[in-house]
Design a binder for this molecule. Structure first.
Ligand code: SAM
Length: 461
């Protein structure tokens, strides 16, 4: 579909660095958007990734270790591996976040990272794959209706070091200096995605750019106190507009006590380095006529001040942990690569990596938590009732029998239809497709109960 770009839009970009009007229009009228995915290293160990590589993956995204371009756009909905969390479908330019994380943060040390505007989870799943497994990621989304898809995508990603919250940015004022890094992938006027969503052009106006710019400042102002001195702020948009990009970078440096940080891009042709007008703070622009990706802007800042120790994080209540006997039962269901604590949460039990328990409890005291660690399911009189989240989790221990199924049965399962399997065993089992778990079933005499979550089922035929 051709994209008609309004005159006011093209005119507003004339002085923006890297903008080449004719080539930009050509990219929007003659070329289709590229399709890219990022594989989940926690689930696709090398051998399996190779299988996918030979059938699908076309070329590496130069700025991301797990990002690949695809030759064509398949029906992801009809690929069971998509539902298993084997990969995330993500626009290639936005994978540049990885360079900011790798180049500007200390590596291989435990960090606390906040992804403030996280739904549907592209950046969060990416951050999770890049940070050390001992780090904590808080993935927040303010809009209630968007938290469910964020939670679903992070459950599918399958790792235990993520907390999903549903809070307004200003709520993070309750956590002074808590985070080592905050990522703000801000809501914006969205011009960078015009090629993917031509209807979005109709929503664009100079006025909406200005409103977005003001909102971006408000969001940032609300959250900056939660970043520790010396901490890293990563700001990004999918807008080309100066008001939402370099002007915000200037605002961050001038009002927030921050210094811009450069990212080395000499090996990454096509990315345009820009500098904000007043503070000369660097930013990185992506244009579809210069590289294989859509419009994107990213800049990194360091908060001034000494990286002093954190304020004491006092817990008001004692956590309710599973009893020793219960812990022994539950521990059998997780691989013992890292120790977990088991926290009672309403009817369920959460497995929280032991070294993250204090921080998670402190978050629970201050924020509205939708998901923390791995929801294991329930223990009823020391009898374990497994959960879908556990079945999809990466540290899940292979204690239940596994039913490996063909593509058609996998899709029937994902549609929550009746399924038929020849199995000699009875009881709880993991349903698996090409080596990756899709969820739980219970095999009974003469029938199989399908435990795929009703709200996640595939609806198309
Ligand atoms: N980071 C996400 C990803 O990679 O999948 C995309 C985030 S999208 C660009 C911006 C997000 O900001 C949306 O999920 C939107 O709901 C959220 N948002 C909207 N208004 C907001 C506000 N006032 N404060 C914080 N977040 C807001």
């Amino acid at each position: 579909m051709q994209v008609e770009l309004p005159y006011s839009f093209l005119n507003s970009l004339q002085t923006v660095k890297g903008f080449r009007e004719n080539k930009f229009i050509e990219a929007h009228t003659l070329h289709k958007p590229v399709t890219s995915i990022r594989i989940n290293p926690a689930k696709l160990k090398n051998a399996k990734a190779d299988t996918l590589l030979t059938t699908w993956l076309h070329e590496r995204v130069p700025w991301s270790t797990c990002g690949y371009y695809l030759n064509e756009r398949p029906s992801f909905t009809l690929d069971p591996w998509f539902h298993a969390g084997a990969y995330y479908v993500q626009e290639a330019s936005s994978m540049f976040l990885e360079q900011a994380l790798r180049q500007c943060l200390p590596q291989n040390v435990p960090l606390r990272i906040l992804d403030l505007c996280a739904a549907p989870g592209g950046k969060s799943t990416h951050i999770q794959s890049v940070i050390s497994p001992r780090s904590l990621l808080v993935s927040n989304e303010v809009i209630k209706t968007r938290v469910n898809i964020l939670t679903e995508n992070l459950i599918k990603w399958g790792t235990g070091n993520v907390v999903v919250t549903n809070n307004d940015p200003k709520d993070f004022n309750r956590l002074p200096h808590f985070f080592d890094c905050i990522v703000v992938d801000a809501p914006c006027s969205g011009s960078g995605l015009f090629r993917k969503d031509p209807d979005a052009v109709k929503e664009w106006s100079l006025q909406s750019v200005e409103l977005c710019s003001q909102r971006q400042q408000r969001i940032l102002a609300d959250v900056l106190n939660a970043l520790k001195p010396g901490g890293i702020l990563i700001y990004s948009t999918c807008s080309y507009s100066y008001e939402e990009d370099e002007r915000i970078s200037d605002w961050i440096c001038e009002t927030g006590g921050f210094t811009g940080m450069p990212i080395q891009i000499s090996q990454l042709p096509g990315i345009v380095e820009t500098f904000s007008k007043h503070s000369k703070s660097p930013g990185y622009r992506f244009y579809p006529d210069r590289l294989k990706g859509e419009g994107f802007y990213l800049s990194v800042f360091q908060k001034k001040g000494d990286a002093a120790s954190r304020p004491h994080e006092k817990l008001k209540n004692k956590p309710v942990l599973a009893s020793k006997a219960e812990q022994q039962v539950l521990a059998n269901y997780l691989q013992d690569t890292i120790p977990f604590d088991f926290l009672k949460w309403k009817e369920d039990v959460l497995a929280i990596p032991n070294h993250l328990l204090q921080a998670v409890l402190y978050l629970q005291q201050n924020l509205y938590i939708k998901k923390a660690g791995i929801n294991m399911g329930q223990l009823i009189r020391n009898q374990y009732i497994p959960s879908h989240e556990w079945a999809l989790s990466e540290p899940m221990a292979p204690v239940l029998p596994v039913a490996e199924v063909d593509e058609q049965t996998a899709l029937d399962y994902l549609r929550k239809n009746e399924i038929h399997i020849n199995a000699s065993h009875r009881g709880w089992s993991i349903l698996q497709y090409r080596g990756l778990p899709l969820g739980l079933i219970k095999i009974l005499p003469g029938r199989i109960n399908n435990y795929y979550p009703a709200g996640w089922r595939i609806l198309n035929k």
